[in-house]
Design a binder for this molecule. Sequence first.
Ligand SMILES: C[S@@+](CC[C@H](N)C(=O)[O-])C[C@H]1O[C@@H](n2cnc3c(N)ncnc32)[C@H](O)[C@@H]1O
Length: 212
Amino acid sequence: MSENSKVYWDEIYWEDKINNNRTDFIKDNWMDKYIDEIHNVKRKKAIDLGCGIGQDTKWLLDNGFDVISCDISDIALQKLKEFIPNSKTMQMDVKEKLPFRDNSVGLVNANLSIHYFDMENTIKIFNEIYRILQLDGIFIGRMNSDKNEGYIKDTTKEIEKNFYYDYGRYFRLFNKEQFDILTKQWHVIALNENVTIRSNRKKALWEFMLKK
Ligand SMILES: C[S@@+](CC[C@H](N)C(=O)[O-])C[C@H]1O[C@@H](n2cnc3c(N)ncnc32)[C@H](O)[C@@H]1O
């Protein structure tokens, strides 16, 4: 198995619940800078893929979208429901065929949730998102950059190019070449490589907005 299992993610959220029991979201309004494009989306139906506890779901709801929040972890979705009681949640594995009709969605968000897979599955995920989006629909997200320092250690195994395993978890670091392979059929509206702070740690990432 070359993936982080549901049990892996449930444990992460379970420990977070016990140790931090956050009562509010981390304020990270990274989508603000894309607000004009996002407001232009015709169909206000959004999917938050790998939503975690829902900070981006909240942002999308506040900006007029009907949101389905999807995650592999039931514990994350339970926590999301505590923050946003009326939210629509769906437990699912993003590697499977997405349970939405062709051309039926206005916006898909995947914030730091699709850098855990081998290239075959990553391509499959991009294709599935393409399938469910309406024409002119937007796919927005962020994923790890290969400029991240401290991720590759002596113990880290490279399973395939830019896809690694260490300390019980799989992760991918993207470069521009891989991004170009994934986005051949898309219009690239924005692509920025920058640094943010997550869990008190610097994180180099690619931020992207694609249009079908
Ligand atoms: C780093 S967290 C990001 C969460 C959230 N998007 C945010 O920005 O706070 C990665 C999320 O992806 C979810 N995830 C990982 N693998 C998944 C899979 N195969 N299918 C669906 N969700 C998955 C995890 O449960 C986790 O909530």
